[in-house]
Design a protein around this ligand. Structure first.
Ligand SMILES: Nc1nc2c(ncn2[C@@H]2O[C@H](COP(=O)(O)OP(=O)(O)OP(=O)(O)O)[C@@H](O)[C@H]2O)c(=O)[nH]1
Ligand SMILES: [Mg+2]
Ligand SMILES: [Zn+2]
Ligand SMILES: [Zn+2]
Length: 234
């Protein structure tokens, strides 16, 4: 009985979230904006990658950031230094962004700027390897990050994030010489879960792999490949 109730509650929650995601997606499509949702466990390097990305691409591409954090604006302040609009969303006790929170951010973008001028909205989700993957926010693609310090087994232990990802950045590659980690095993484990994901090893510190990441990003902007708006969490 209890379990039935929980399942029903979860389905309703995701259903309501999906309606909000469709709303956000309609905004992005109307304005010709590509939206990417960056997700990882805490500290895998989302903000560091965004810093390098804004520094390299923001003159050519008009980018805005929606920055999700439970309580602070620390990451938002880091990214504001790159001269792009950064809309901070504090999620309070929630360990993920949902579509309604992101709608608030989109409506702020609409009121404070001319959204049709933007090419790309990058969403940094709350650091969490589990539920951000379940809550669509209207993005065109999901980017997951896995730091090499987290261990080869994470794609198997937290499969939803890796199943859902369109692109997976293996971050902090500069630390590889100091760790007993097998990149090939990470890749094999990821491919078991998601054979077609675009997998890019990177280092925000040395710049390794960033060119490949920028090219993937640019390919999303030039030819966004909309996914069906169906509820695929159920
Ligand atoms: N060596 C090394 N350290 C990195 C790299 N990228 C990020 N870091 C460090 O890892 C820590 C976390 O990086 P962030 O970019 O703040 O990670 P995050 O995923 O945004 O963290 P949350 O937003 O708190 O989930 C910081 O101390 C960074 O300096 C990298 O490529 N190499
Ligand atoms: Mg961050
Ligand atoms: Zn959550
Ligand atoms: Zn709206």
């Amino acid at each position: 009985m209890h379990q039935t109730f929980d399942v029903a509650l979860g389905v309703n929650l995701l259903h309501a979230n999906q309606a909000g995601a469709d709303h956000n997606r309609a905004h992005f499509d109307k304005w010709g904006i590509t939206c990417l949702n960056l997700m990882s466990s805490p500290g895998a390097g989302k903000t560091a990658i965004l810093e390098r990305t804004l520094a390299a691409l923001s003159p050519q591409l008009k980018i805005a950031v929606i920055e999700g954090d439970m309580t602070t604006e620390l990451d938002a302040d880091r990214l504001r230094q790159y001269g792009v609009p950064v809309i901070a969303i504090n999620t309070g006790r929630s360990c993920h962004l949902d579509s309604k929170m992101v709608a608030g951010g989109i409506h702020r973008l609409e009121h404070e700027y001319n959204p049709a001028e933007f090419d790309l909205v990058l969403v940094e989700n709350v650091g969490n390897l589990v539920c951000p993957a379940e809550f669509e926010v209207g993005e065109h693609a999901k980017v997951a990050l896995l730091s090499i310090t987290e261990g080869e087994d994470k794609p198997l232990k937290y499969p939803v994030m890796f199943q859902e990802a369109d692109c997976l950045l293996i971050t902090k590659m500069d630390l590889a010489p100091y760790l007993e980690i097998d990149l090939k095993r990470i890749e094999e484990n990821v491919r078991q879960i998601n054979p077609h994901v675009t997998l890019i090893p990177v280092s925000a510190k040395t710049g390794e792999g960033l060119e490949t990441w920028f090219n993937w990003l640019a390919s999303q902007v030039q030819s966004p490949s909309p996914k069906p708006l169906s509820l695929h969490h159920a």
